[in-house]
Ligand binder design. Structure first.
Ligand SMILES: Nc1ncnc2c1ncn2[C@@H]1O[C@H](COP(=O)(O)OP(=O)(O)O)[C@@H](O)[C@H]1O
Ligand SMILES: CCCC(=O)OP(=O)(O)O
Length: 367
């Protein structure tokens, strides 16, 4: 009989939940959270009871009995840089997710905590699949212009890889033979370069890199940011601009991109400038990743909630199709990808990995 998997994906602006039996979707839920609602929680961990109760209520309404679940999968987060793949949520992974051991605070950290909690209660396994901390960077991508400061990426690895794999399959290609620029355009925005099955470059989207996003400031000129820090007392508030209060939230007070695009279309000049600037920055970042791939790009793939917006897709296509064909995959495949990762491991088709807490790359490897 097919394995029954529960997948839990807490994002910056939503909580997504899925229950799958093999490849069959039994139930999915996507609840949007307004940035103002989440602002009342001082820390990510403070959101745990709120998000967990929402999940339990949704499961009750859908008549899904947790005791029938074979494995629980949580979106990763808080982990040290890891190879892609499926990991057991062991005590080290749980501890790192709880305290955000990599220094990042993001709701994805709640995924392993909730999944492991259910798994312990029902004596079942729990997993993380292609965590946001997946790191396959080429060495040059790690080096910055300050000695001793290195790039550590955190991005939508799960959806980026799944989108690239599905696009390859749809065309009868192997992901491992092709080069892509892959984007996830949602509450956060990831732009990444994939070379023959490895994500060799990408922006640290919770570290103030890449395009501005609904909840994120994106790349800022360093000196301007330093001056901004000198002019502000609360560094926690400044840091939050990189993960939850930057981008649309900073400019317009909302993280709802649909609202911003509607306002822009209705003639709101402020909304239009910010909407246009985000698209401009996306185009610039896509072109940068195409350069990293020496222009040898087999496709530019767009995923994430904002890709439902036809105007955004057509503007990116018009600006970037000289590089490679642009394909839109609105929404994301994260819930299915998490279930598929767990099933591959349960069926013995893929070796489960053990999280050690040691990052895949440290600066002493330069010596
Ligand atoms: N047609 C649309 N036009 C513009 N934005 C949209 C549209 N549909 C959804 N969105 C936006 O997509 C964002 C959510 O994307 P999603 O990938 O689900 O985010 P998350 O990062 O929370 O997983 C929200 O800001 C939502 O308003
Ligand atoms: C930590 C990187 C993943 C991410 O930013 O996800 P959301 O856009 O869902 O917040």
């Amino acid at each position: 009989m097919a394995y029954r998997i529960l997948t839990i994906n807490p994002g910056s602006t939503s909580t997504k939940l899925g229950c799958f039996e093999g490849e069959k979707e039994l139930f999915t839920m996507n609840v949007s959270h307004d940035a103002e609602d989440l602002k009342k929680f001082a820390t990510i961990s403070d959101q745990l009871p709120y998000r967990k109760d929402m999940i339990l209520n949704a499961l009750k309404e859908a008549n899904i009995d947790l005791s029938t679940i074979d494995a629980f999968v949580g979106r990763g987060g808080g982990l040290m840089a890891v190879e892609g793949g499926t990991y057991t949520i062991n005590d080290i992974a749980l501890d790192h997710a709880r305290r955000g051991a990599n220094g990042i605070q993001h709701p994805a950290q709640l995924g392993p905590q909730i999944a492991r909690g259910f798994a312990d209660e029902y004596q079942k396994p729990s997993f993380i699949v292609n965590a946001p901390d997946t790191d396959e960077l080429c060495l040059e991508a790690r080096i910055t212009g300050i000695k001793g400061v290195y790039r550590n990426v955190h991005l939508h690895a799960l959806n980026l890889k799944e989108t690239a794999i599905r696009h390859s399959n749809n065309n009868g290609w192997n992901y491992e033979d092709k080069n892509y620029v892959v984007c996830h355009i949602g509450g956060g925005i990831s732009v990444s370069a994939h070379q023959k099955g490895k994500m060799i470059d990408g922006f640290d989207i919770v570290g103030g890199e890449g395009p501005m996003a609904p909840t994120r400031c994106g790349s800022i000129p360093a000196a301007e940011l330093i001056r901004y820090c000198f002019a502000h007392d609360d560094m926690k508030e400044v840091l939050a601009l990189t993960t939850k209060t930057g981008g649309f939230v900073s400019h317009l007070g909302t993280s709802d991109a649909l609202d911003v695009s509607n306002r822009a279309n209705a003639g709101d000049k402020d909304a239009k400038l910010v909407w246009d600037a985000m698209i401009y920055q996306l185009i610039k970042c896509i072109s940068a990743m195409a350069g990293v791939l020496h222009g040898k790009v087999d496709g530019i793939l767009l995923g994430g909630g904002m890709v439902h917006n036809k105007e955004l897709v057509s503007r990116i296509t018009a600006a970037c199709e000289w590089i490679a064909p642009v394909s839109a995959y609105p929404g994301e495949f994260e819930l299915e990808a998490m279930a598929a990762g767990a099933i591959r491991v349960l069926e013995g088709k893929e070796q489960v990995k053990e999280y050690t807490g040691k990052p895949v790359w440290t600066p002493d490897q330069l010596d």
